[in-house]
Design a protein around this ligand. Structure first.
Ligand SMILES: *[C@@H]1O[C@H](CO)[C@@H](O)[C@H](O)[C@H]1NC(C)=O
Ligand SMILES: *[C@@H]1O[C@H](CO)[C@@H](O)[C@H](O)[C@H]1NC(C)=O
Ligand SMILES: *[C@@H]1O[C@H](CO)[C@@H](O)[C@H](O)[C@H]1NC(C)=O
Ligand SMILES: *[C@@H]1O[C@H](CO)[C@@H](O)[C@H](O)[C@H]1NC(C)=O
Length: 462
């Protein structure tokens, strides 16, 4: 009897731990609390201890039984292993990443010198943290022509922060309304819009989040983002800088999913990336098992202005060989986006699914690499003192990743393609001046801070 009681206590301790760690219901609430409250399962345990194998049926968890055997040594096998039923991909992903869902709530908040309307316009589809990847990005309304081509290939959640100072605000709202009501239902389904502006450039009228887009948009009107020239914009009239990293961070922090793809809106991912990526995560093999923190960079390409964006790596390879596609920024800043083993990647045939092609580091030849990658909320954010015009806006994050010894797990069959049109070098003296100032800011102020906060490691630089 005493022995049995000891056994029971041990069992309960193990069980509590087990449920506490592993069982999370759909709203992210540990089911453990429910088990404790009901006492039903505990009673069942006691009654069955002497009667051979016991099955605790937990319908909240899944239809799978957890078997607990009477003979010592007592072990509580993982329900996943003992199960005769194969788990779904999202269930496997959840087991591995153990993420928590968070609510998508509208809020108005200050962030440094900016006001931010988080979750200002929200989508119909909601995703739990393990169910997808969120493409997080930033823009002003003149870039909104990219949203539908991007969505068409991504087909998953997008979190976008829109810079909308002064009179740019109404054009931004009208652009969103036009895309949602007149262009493609995918916009309403998948895209969360956040809006932000400097405290010095607050628009005259800002409707509450539940009072914006109350009227359907008149689809006969020309969308505000069509053929907009930059001098029509409030931002240009007031000579404001584009606070790219405020936008990046807002969009990232508000993303609902564990995995995120922080990117620039003109970069379109290869189709079916989300499913392929989650399958790879669920497989959890090879370099994915390393203890180092990891991100998953994507190769980036440009295609000619009159070209289609390639759907597969096979087509991309053909376009590379006839020069209708080239590696991104080949003409502007080859070292910024040059990826380890790039030539080998381009010479490797497309295969089924998605795998790690090569594990790289941001050092040696790649010391200034500004990769775009699938990562998580654990990755360092971007420095909000840096602007798009000043350049080097992702370098400080790159330094932090290097010091933290991140593995860069380069993916084999996935890639990004810039909106068609190959970029040529254009002289811009205002940008050159700002870039020089930014370099000083990074060298004199930011880099010393990063060394204090993240430390130093041989081979790492901003
Ligand atoms: C998860 O648990 C909470 C708290 O018990 C409950 O309110 C919620 O409805 C549950 N969610 C689902 C999807 O079962
Ligand atoms: C929509 O816009 C068109 C073009 O400006 C205009 O002719 C039409 O009257 C508008 N419709 C409504 C319902 O406002
Ligand atoms: C934008 O400009 C292009 C070329 O200049 C023209 O073909 C197109 O019709 C214009 N679009 C709108 C909506 O005005
Ligand atoms: C290059 O290859 C692509 C894909 O096969 C094809 O669509 C395109 O027309 C080709 N371009 C030239 C200039 O041959």
């Amino acid at each position: 009897m005493i022995n049995n009681r000891k056994l029971l206590i041990t069992l309960l301790a193990v069980c509590s731990l087990y449920f506490c760690v592993h069982v999370i219901n759909n709203s992210g609430t540990p089911v453990f609390r429910e088990l404790q409250q009901s006492g039903r399962n505990l009673a069942a345990l006691e009654a069955n201890l002497d009667n051979g194998p016991l099955v605790v049926q937990d319908s909240l968890l899944s239809a799978e039984p957890t078997r607990i055997f009477k003979n010592s040594p007592i072990s509580v096998p993982n329900a996943r292993d003992a199960s005769p039923m194969e788990k779904t991909i999202p269930e496997k992903v959840l087991d591995i990443i153990k993420c928590m869902d968070k609510p998508m709530a509208a809020k108005t908040q200050q962030r440094g010198d900016y006001w931010v309307l988080y979750n200002y316009i929200t989508p119909e589809k909601k995703f739990r943290c393990h169910e997808s990847i969120t493409y997080t990005t930033h823009a002003d309304y003149s870039f909104m022509d990219n949203l539908v081509p991007l969505l068409d290939r991504w087909r998953g959640p997008i979190s976008i922060a829109m810079h909308a100072p002064g009179t740019d605000f109404q054009n931004t709202i009208d652009s969103i309304a036009y895309l949602r009501d007149c262009v493609d239902p995918l916009v309403k389904e998948y895209v969360t819009f956040h809006v932000y502006f400097s405290t010095k450039h607050v628009p005259k009228v800002v409707p509450k989040h539940n009072n914006v887009l109350t009227e359907p948009y008149n689809c006969s009107l020309t969308p505000p983002f069509a053929n907009v020239s930059s001098d029509q914009m409030y931002k240009a009239q007031k000579k404001l800088l584009y606070p790219v990293n405020v936008g990046r961070n807002v969009a990232r922090e508000a993303a609902q999913t564990h995995f995120i793809l922080p990117s620039d809106i003109e970069l379109y991912p290869s189709p079916n990336l989300i499913n392929k990526f989650l399958n790879m995560i669920a497989d959890n093999k090879g370099p994915l098992l390393s203890k180092n923190p990891k991100v998953y960079p994507l190769h980036i390409f440009e295609v000619g202005g009159n070209q289609q964006v390639p759907e597969t790596k096979t087509i991309l390879k053909e376009m590379l060989s006839n020069k209708s596609a080239i590696p991104f920024h080949k003409n502007l800043c080859p070292s910024c986006h040059n990826i380890p083993k790039a030539k080998e990647w381009q010479n490797t045939e497309e295969t089924e699914g998605l795998h790690v092609f090569h594990v790289g580091k941001r050092n040696g030849k790649y010391i200034h690499w500004e990769p775009i990658f699938i990562g998580t909320h654990n990755d360092p954010l971007y420095d909000e003192r840096l602007s798009w015009e000043g350049k080097s806006d992702k370098m400080t994050q790159g330094y932090a990743l290097c010091v933290m010894d991140y593995d860069f797990l380069i993916l084999d069959n996935a890639f990004l393609v810039h909106k068609p049109g190959i970029k040529l070098y254009k002289k811009d003296s205002r940008r050159a001046t700002l870039a020089a100032k930014t370099n000083q800011l990074i060298k004199k102020i930011i880099f010393p801070e990063l060394k204090v906060l993240y430390g130093i490691r041989k081979g790492c630089a901003v």
